[in-house]
Design a binder for this molecule. Structure first.
Ligand code: RFL
Ligand code: PHB
Length: 395
């Protein structure tokens, strides 16, 4: 016999989308439960995003999760774009009056989990057999087996599918339209105990391939290399990685500072948008509905944006009995998602090298020349990178 309980919102997944939604609902006095199939340790250590739009920073502050972000986040005025042996700064603060902030997704997840636990609000890690039923009724059920092996059935008003790209929620939406693009390359990412030798991120297009210089703190660098899709991580010794990074970023008198590599992984690249993001009483948010390639740093920001829009929509629906925002949820999110999908595609296509394609090579360098020399073109890049049309908490 399963243990039965009731809450207003059942949230599947304790990534940024699910945790932010839970936090925003709790600030509005709406009860929820978060069910996660991985352990807390795993969720808090999973290396992913690092760059936050201005609107995401404001939203985390408004959600009461901005204290450590304000103390430890690294605020940047812009980014560097490097190509043909030149490095150009694109200054977002000057161009659009906004900045961006480096603060790792791992830290956001830790901060939001800590807030949830401090409020003694329900969150289950290491759950198994997670399933959702009855989403076209007004009492959908979230079922799972907890870490101790006890089965639970939680009757909810609404279910939020925040369970990432490989979750169980998206397949529950019938007649989904899917738009997809894969790219013939991947990113090899490393984390290194090395003080960054740059003050802001460098996106470098080199004839050997793209490279990104990012960071996590004044002592830790996060670096990425374009590698072929399906690349074998074993083919990349630490020495080979550093040599390739030095080559792709190197400028006369400047080099990458090296250190101990503490994490190494390969990420495939994909653009994916699925809609509608709602079926009955099931709402999808974040990577469960859309994926962007990481060049341009949009994925985490989109996930937080969905959570903000969904929290307002569910508050109107469940507290005021007004369905208008919930009915508009999918369209409102998809407008923002498609803008970011185009921007990520634009950045990815401009920066990555397709060997043996001289036309592509010339087009990319012409585009890079344009965005680093034309004020309107640089302004467009700055507007998109720093966050166009970000939703506002409580808005
Ligand atoms: P997540 O983070 O994948 O969280 C989903 C959670 O759901 C859990 N789950 C389940 N739980 C219960 N039952 C099930 N059946 C479940 N199935 C799955 C999972 O364990 C997980 O905890 O999705 P969410 O919340 O939508 O957040 C999305 C972001 O994580 C993602 O978009 C970003 O990390 C993308 N991304 C970046 N985004 C940025 O905005 N800026 C960046 O700088 C940036 N860099 C990156 C990135 C993603 C990367 N990788 C590895 C994909 C760099 C990389 C390398
Ligand atoms: C990161 O710091 O992990 C990062 C930053 C910018 C990107 C992608 C990833 O475009």
């Amino acid at each position: 016999m399963a243990v039965s309980s009731r809450t207003r919102v059942g949230i599947v997944g304790a990534g940024p989308a699910g945790l932010m939604l839970a936090q925003l609902l709790s600030l509005r006095g709406i009860d929820s439960i978060v069910i996660e199939n991985r352990s807390r340790e795993y969720c808090e250590a999973r290396q992913r995003a690092g760059m936050l739009e201005a609107g995401t920073v404001a939203a985390l502050r408004a959600a009461g999760a901005g204290k450590r972000l304000d103390a430890e986040g690294l605020e940047h005025d812009g980014i560097y774009l490097q190509f043909s042996g030149e490095r150009h700064h694109v200054n977002f603060r000057e161009l659009v009056g906004r900045t961006v902030t480096v603060y790792a997704q791992t830290e956001i997840v830790k901060d939001l989990i800590a807030a949830r636990l401090a409020a003694a609000a329900p969150i289950e890690f290491s759950a198994s057999q997670v399933s959702v039923s009855g989403v076209t009724t007004d009492a959908p059920v979230l079922s799972y087996v907890d870490a101790a092996g006890v089965a639970h059935e939680v009757t909810c008003d609404v279910i939020a599918g925040c369970d990432g790209f490989h979750g169980i929620s998206r397949p529950l939406v019938p007649g989904l339209s899917v738009y997809e693009r894969s790219y013939p390359y991947a990113w090899l990412g490393i984390l290194a105990d090395a003080a960054p030798s740059t003050d802001e991120l460098i996106y470098s297009r080199h004839e050997s391939g793209f490279a990104l210089y990012s960071m996590r703190s004044p002592d830790v660098s996060r670096l990425y290399l374009q590698v072929p899709a399906e690349e074998d991580l074993q083919a990349w010794s630490d020495d080979r990685i550093w040599a390739e990074l030095q080559k792709r970023f190197g400028l006369p008198g400047w080099s990458v500072s090296e250190g101990r590599i503490t994490d190494k992984s390969i990420t495939p690249m994909r653009s994916f948008v699925a809609g509608p993001m709602r079926h009955g009483r099931l709402f999808l948010a974040g990577d469960a509905a859309h994926i962007v390639p990481p060049c341009g740093a949009k994925g985490l920001n989109l996930a937080v944006g969905d959570a903000i829009v969904l929290a307002s929509a569910l508050s109107a629906l469940l507290v005021e009995g007004s369905p208008a925002l919930a009915d508009d949820y999918s369209d409102a999110c998809l407008r923002r998602v498609w803008r970011a999908t185009h921007f990520s595609y634009f950045m990815t296509s401009m920066m990555h090298v397709l060997p043996g394609d001289p036309f592509d090579d010339a087009i990319q360098r012409a585009q890079l020349r344009y965005v680093t020399s034309s004020h309107p073109a640089a302004t467009s890049l700055a507007e998109n990178y720093s966050g166009y049309d970000s939703p506002v908490v409580g808005g």
